[in-house]
Design a protein around this ligand. Structure first.
Ligand code: SF4
Length: 249
């Protein structure tokens, strides 16, 4: 791919994002929640598991513990039993109880709506805070998860794309500079949907990807796939030939 100017990259990012809008007209958080507290707790539990798993435990959890005051007084074993399906349940149960206690002690049980305050809460990092800002408070928030990292690197939406583990804060800074703040949460949602459904970590579906014609990583992935197919075909031909030879003996 020829070297791009900043303006050309901006133009390409906007065009690629329009294709993502066409692909996913509805962009929304896939963690079920009825208020900012439920979203905060659900997001903390969503680390290293699927949103579906989290959604499978939150109805019982929020039925038993409807607010921060209730969860702050919960027994650890009881919370562990409820959230067991999400994995790492010892640590996550402790985090959401401590988080609720901190909310009660320092914020009267009300979820704060600034990055600085949110990230003082136990178990709440920048990614979780951005989810809460964008999806609960409808403030600018651009969560950078593993899908956002991978997809934005392949699309060269930031200058850290060569790194195996690019800095999420730098990705957030560079990508959000290209979109209006009111779009940030939806840009992140669409990148996550796209990373889950098409631009997979192991085997991206470049052959059916609507961004392939403008994706800098596509030629390399397509060439690797073509080589793999050719090797498979060659191995099948050799096997067939061997079978023919043996039948002639
Ligand atoms: S062309 Fe391939 S690598 Fe590029 S965005 Fe699409 S699926 Fe991902």
């Amino acid at each position: 791919m020829a070297r791009e100017t900043k303006a050309q990259r901006h133009e390409r990012m906007r065009e690629q994002y329009i294709r993502l809008i066409e692909l996913y007209p509805v962009a929304q958080c896939s963690l079920h929640h009825r208020n900012e507290w439920e979203l905060l707790v659900a997001t903390v539990m969503s680390a290293q598991t699927t949103d579906e798993r989290v959604n499978s435990v939150t109805p019982e959890l929020f039925d038993r513990y409807p607010d921060a005051q209730a969860l702050a007084q919960a027994q650890l074993w009881d919370v562990e039993n409820i959230i067991r399906p999400v994995g790492f349940y010892h640590m996550k149960a402790l985090h959401i109880i401590e988080l609720s206690q901190a909310l009660v002690e320092r914020f009267d049980g009300v979820v704060p709506h600034t990055m600085d305050e949110l990230t003082t809460l136990p178990g709440v990092g920048r990614k979780t805070a951005n989810v809460v800002l964008g999806d609960a408070f409808h403030l600018p928030g651009f969560p950078v998860d593993t899908h956002v990292k991978r997809v934005t690197s392949r699309l060269r939406w930031h200058t850290q794309w060569r790194k195996t583990n690019p800095d999420p804060v730098e990705i957030e800074k560079q990508v959000t500079a290209e979109f209006p703040p009111e779009w940030w949460a939806d840009v992140s949602h669409r990148l996550i949907f796209f990373g889950r459904n098409i631009c997979h970590a192991r085997n991206p579906e470049c052959e059916v990807c609507p961004l392939a014609s403008t994706c800098p990583a596509a030629p390399q992935f397509l060439a690797q796939k073509a080589e793999k197919e050719a090797r498979k075909k060659y191995a099948a031909q050799r096997k067939a030939l061997k079978g023919q030879r043996e039948s002639l003996r």
